[in-house]
Design a protein around this ligand. Sequence first.
Ligand code: SAM
Length: 217
Amino acid sequence: MMNERLRMVQDLIDKGYIKSESVRRAMERVPRDEFVPEDEKHRAYLDIPLPIGEGQTISAPHMVAMIAELLDLEGGMKVLEVGTGCGYNAAVIAEIIGREGHLYTVERIHSLYERARRKLEALGYDNITVIHGDGSRGYPPEAPYSRIYVTAAAPYIPEPLREQLEVGGKLLIPVGSDKFYQELVLVERLSSGDYRSRNLGGVAFVPLIGKHGWKFH
Ligand code: SAM
């Protein structure tokens, strides 16, 4: 498995998804096979999304690499993830921000929350807190955050997420109404009332469901 993991990382470097040393090191360390269901382990190091139950998916490794690079992370940062899924993306980000940093991650489906929480604990990630709830509302108790990223597609940018960014902070979120195509948007909080948004191109994520997301199941 380790060889397959190193090969996957080298492939992501060759294709230009992994650019920095910190993202390379993080993706070399996190065992993706530990996060996928038993019957998907043989495909854990292919660059594709995989089913994780409850109709949800673990994102493709190149998407996790892209998110990690675009967030421009530093050690010690406080980060919020919306959409824990199986916890793999959370582990990669937690490796980058290190022991002085902390990642809060919110998942709405209880069984996924429970599984991710146990797995991350078993792997020793004590700089991650997994929360069960509606992440479209953010997570006010620990706000503001240096970085917020959403791993599900929203119909619009949820106001609570913008408000929970610190000044100088960045929010990365897929936005759009199409099931198979959304725009990845990077929002920077320039001052307390001033935000700048940039569209970074097309992506495909499962829907963000909640108060500031989609209302259907
Ligand atoms: N980052 C994940 C990983 O590494 O497995 C992939 C996440 S998956 C593409 C998106 C997740 O967002 C799903 O588990 C889904 O249940 C969750 N989700 C959707 N709406 C949510 C909400 N309002 N709050 C929290 N989680 C939500």
